[in-house]
Design a protein around this ligand. Structure first.
Ligand code: NDP
Length: 244
């Protein structure tokens, strides 16, 4: 039996990589899914692949007014929300000596401000028992050289999630952070050169990178009622990379 039958899910950054795999998995489990991204053409190709029960909305998570418009569309088309995945995120390589103000602002705008308002603006639409999932990163625990600011944004959302768990009863939600390790996606391939990915692979206890589908499987668990008593926690899906 499909574990998300009848649920309405919003997946930000659902047009590529991990978000796309999550949207596909949720659809396969019976959910009605809304995906977002900034580029319409990428969303169009995602929708061409995902087909029915998935709606694409152009929305920059770093712009709260665009999130208002997103949830207005969700309200009109579905009436409520059961699952929110704050997945949209960017990586920028910028080590201490060279990082610029623009890079810091861009990283925090999408990776921290984005999840805050993605969750806040969903609150009026949440059905009791809703599951909020924020995508973190193993980098929050083991910041790689050159990705320190990115890692700081992911450490920030991990702490936000722990704090937001205090609001569970008030809003009727559970909230958890799902922290992938290195997963070859369009975003990662652009950010991390092959030799660095290969070096990193040797440090992973399972000896390999993850797949978007493996992260999506963990997200499906957190979205479903199978995790009904899991709240305020971090689920690492990193092959053990940040655990040893
Ligand atoms: P991709 O770059 O492949 O996909 C990112 C998605 O987010 C795209 O759909 C992109 O669409 C969208 N996006 C980016 N910025 C915004 C924004 N401001 N508003 C709305 N949508 C946005 O990345 P991944 O799939 O690799 O990453 C997904 C998440 O997983 C991120 O939060 C990332 O930090 C995290 N993560 C990834 C890891 C990996 O190894 N791949 C490891 C650990 C964590 P568009 O560009 O059109 O906006």
């Amino acid at each position: 039996m499909a574990v998300l039958t009848g649920k309405v899910a919003v997946v930000t950054g659902g047009s590529s990589g991990i978000g796309l795999a999550i949207a596909r998995a949720f659809r396969d489990e019976g959910a009605t899914v809304f995906i977002t991204g900034r580029r319409k053409e990428t969303l169009d190709s995602a929708i061409a692949e995902l087909g029915e029960n998935v709606t694409a909305v152009v929305c920059d998570s770093a712009v709260p007014a665009e999130l208002d418009a997103l949830y207005e569309t969700v309200r009109e088309q579905a009436g409520h929300v059961d699952v929110v995945v704050a997945n949209a995120g960017i990586g920028i390589e910028a080590a201490l000596g060279g990082v610029t103000e623009e890079q810091v602002d861009a990283l925090f705008a999408t990776n921290v401000k984005g999840p805050i308002f993605t969750v806040q603006k969903a609150l009026p639409l949440l059905r009791s028992g809703a599951s909020i999932i924020v995508i973190g990163s193993s980098a929050a625990t083991r910041p790689p050289y050159g990705l320190e600011v990115y890692a700081a944004t992911k450490a920030a959302v991990r702490n936000l999630v722990r704090g937001w768990a205090h609001s569970s009863r008030r809003y009727g939600f559970r909230v958890n952070v799902l922290s992938p390790g290195m997963v070859p996606t369009p975003g990662l391939l652009e950010l991390v050169p092959e030799e660095v990915r290969e070096q990193a692979r040797h440090t992973i206890p399972l000896g390999r990178h993850g797949t978007p589908e493996e992260i999506a499987a963990a997200a499906t668990f957190l979205a479903s009622d199978a995790s009904s008593y899991v709240n305020g926690s971090e689920l690492a899906a990193d092959g053990g990379a940040a655990q040893v």
